[in-house]
Design a protein around this ligand. Structure first.
Ligand code: NAP
Length: 391
């Protein structure tokens, strides 16, 4: 059997690690020909030893000699088995994604840093398994055009969008009344509102149901993640915002639901484990036999739904408004949120200031309709740097 050739971007993170579990089990189906990390070279090189990956990229290290001197990185590189080679910087990653021969790219880079890779893979007309929702938030309009031009396919990795993708199947848009995206409610679903000012980064980094990277865990606590996911669903499934909503489902068992025009609702269920949507993104349109995720229906208990309270989750509602404005505004909102999270983690601002900083950045920006990629990247950088510099 010919193995599918995979490039794995963000291999050292939470989604990257879950993807490696999937590849370990499905080693007859896939070979990894490129893996990237930002700075965690120890982990990337260990991954390379296990999976015999020829191309390794460290996007956050430009020039190993200058930054690291005679360091363990250089020793580790010299220990790599041929033909493995290490590349440095985002430009090298983009170059390899442009030149190498691969079947699927899985983009699990966190945050706005994933955008250039998404665009490069799609420009080549390759299949993109997409975890990096920020790409669609910032440049959904460009992604839509590139997909139309190149025929590139995006298979969602986000559990909610994987559920929607599976429940929609081949149904036409005209059959769909509403996409219902579920949310766990994050770390502070039950915390009294008067205690929000004293939330610490350590508390915010604890997710009740999922074990995820820092950014997406914090975004779940503020529910900003769900606003990003509404935007992601809008671009993935080409449906207007008034056909997409979100609700809290504390058990994280129903990963999302599609309500059809006749009143039927189809849902996808499993215990929360990202390996399942990752496996589906890589195996689609087939299903591979797997024992990674096992859902015992008798043990699931009660499944409940709740509305999203505006006082508890103001960023979700701000995010929905911004989504409808479109243009450059989602990029500004996302960059402001990334800056606010960095400040919150450092202890420079309280949890409740995250929303204030995002709202202030949005108010200060004049919209630019239909921005090109350079404009998006420039405004993203400017917004982030300005907020960090102001604090
Ligand atoms: N985790 C989940 O369960 C989950 C679920 C759904 C969707 N997602 C989405 O998947 C994406 C990844 O999430 P995650 O939780 O896996 O994140 P994570 O654990 O923080 O891992 C991020 C990965 O991206 C790399 N990275 C960090 N900054 C980078 C930069 N500036 N340029 C290039 N690479 C960079 C990291 O490398 P280093 O290790 O070297 O820093 C790491 O490999 C996010 O968009 C998130 O919203 C995640």
């Amino acid at each position: 059997m010919v193995k599918k050739r995979l490039t794995l971007l963000g291999a050292t993170g939470s989604i990257g690690t879950s993807t490696l579990d999937v590849i370990r089990e499905q080693s007859a189906q896939f070979e990894i020909i490129l893996a990237s990390a930002h700075r965690d070279y120890d982990k990337l090189i260990a991954i390379s030893h296990e999976f015999a990956i020829p191309h390794l990229v460290l996007t956050g290290i430009d020039e190993p000699n200058r930054h690291l001197g005679k360091t363990p990185l250089r020793t580790a590189i010299s220990d790599l088995a041929a033909p493995a080679r290490v590349w440095f910087g985002e430009d090298e990653l983009v170059g390899l994604l442009t030149d190498l021969d691969y079947d699927i790219a899985l983009n699990a880079i966190s945050g706005s840093a994933g955008l250039r890779s998404t665009m490069t893979v799609l420009q080549r007309g390759k299949c993109l398994a997409l975890a990096n929702k920020e790409s669609l938030v910032m440049a959904g309009h460009l992604v839509k055009r590139i997909r139309q031009a190149t025929g590139a396919q995006i298979i969602p990795v986000d559990s909610e969008h994987s559920a929607l993708f599976q429940a929609i199947g081949n149904s036409p848009h005209s059959d769909i009344r509403t996409l219902h995206i579920t949310a766990s409610g994050g770390a502070f679903r039950d915390l009294p509102l008067d205690r929000f000012d004293s939330i610490t980064p350590q508390q915010a980094l604890q997710h009740p149901n999922w074990d995820m990277g820092a950014k997406v865990t914090l975004d779940s606590a503020t529910m900003f993640n769900k606003a990003l996911e509404v935007i992601e669903a809008h671009w993935l499934f080409d449906l207007p915002y008034n056909h997409i909503d979100a609700l809290i489902h504390p058990q994280s068992v129903i990963h999302s639901l599609v309500e059809y025009v006749d009143g039927s609702i189809l849902a996808q269920l499993s215990v929360p484990d990202m390996r399942l949507p990752i496996l589906y993104a890589l195996s689609h349109p087939q299903r591979f036999t797997s024992s990674l995720v096992d859902t015992n229906l008798l043990r699931l208990g009660t499944l409940t739904f709740l509305p999203i309270e505006p006082e508890r989750y103001p960023l979700f509602y701000t995010g929905l408004e911004v989504a409808r404005s479109g243009g450059i505004m989602p990029t500004v909102m996302n960059a402001a949120n990334e800056a606010a999270l960095a400040l919150f983690i450092k202890g420079s601002i309280p949890f409740t200031a995250i929303h204030r900083l995002v709202a202030t950045a949005i108010d200060a920006q004049t919209n630019i309709p239909d921005p090109d990629l350079e404009t998006i990247l420039a405004i993203n950088r400017q917004t982030y740097s300005r907020i960090i510099a102001d604090h």
